[in-house]
Design a protein around this ligand. Sequence first.
Ligand SMILES: [Zn+2]
Length: 309
Amino acid sequence: MSERTIAPAPILGSHRYDRQIRAFGQAAQRRLAELTVAVVGAGGGGSLVVQGLAHLGVSRLVIVDPDVVESTDLARLVGATASDVGLPKVEVARRLVTSLAPDAQVDAQQACVLDLATAAPTARSVLDGADVLIGAVDRHAPRWALNRLAVASSRLYLDIGVELSRTGPAGDLEAGGHVAIVRPGGACLRCQDGYDPTLAAREQDPLTRAARRAAGYESSTSSPDTAASVLFLNQAVVALALAELVNEISPWRAPATHLLLDLARHRLSTLEATSDPRCPVCGPAASPPRTRPEPEADDGRGPRIGDLT
Ligand SMILES: [Zn+2]
């Protein structure tokens, strides 16, 4: 994690974090209070992330999401009520954080992270001020942007994703998720097969986006949100991510690089990942950051993630 000059943190409550301090110590609690964390995505997963960060005592949050609350979000959007339909998700997240931690500083940005991550340095400063990036998004292009930004600025980046679907002839329910941890000098999200560069480019192609909107897959103001989703799966995956963040602040076990949760089979796996020397993001010949994702040639490489450990 990079060293940054930061302003004094709000005073820690005398008893509020007592039981956390018993677990991780005063120094860890102070470090949490000094962190600035950017949470990209304030939907089902992101709302749980900001709730968890507020409870942990992270007092500076940047929350980025372009969408507004829809009625179909209410079953899993933590902090939202029926009267919030139509409000920006980032405003619901801001209210949630400040209700839990009145001293917290929240910079709520109703924006697409692609626009922020690839903007001029002045506009990007909202993200540049964060020590840690946490992505809770469901598309390839935002993951592409966050990965580029994290690697270029040597910052810790945690990517959260969930999968919930019915598959196979019997329609078995698959429920799982992942937490990918990108550390300075470590395998980037691309090397962890965390996103598909070709799909990232396709998501950003103007003609493709217009066609999807015409077909009813995407409104002009919100992302497609038709996939199955349930609160308890988001909670399980976000809990893994927050535990990993605390472990970075105050190590209490070996660090993980890529965690896979399979709720259908009661299985939690850790995968190791190594940086591909040919990786255009984290490899030695990494190209300068581009403004938009472009399809990358299929180099025939196999999965970058090794065997289960
Ligand atoms: Zn890489």
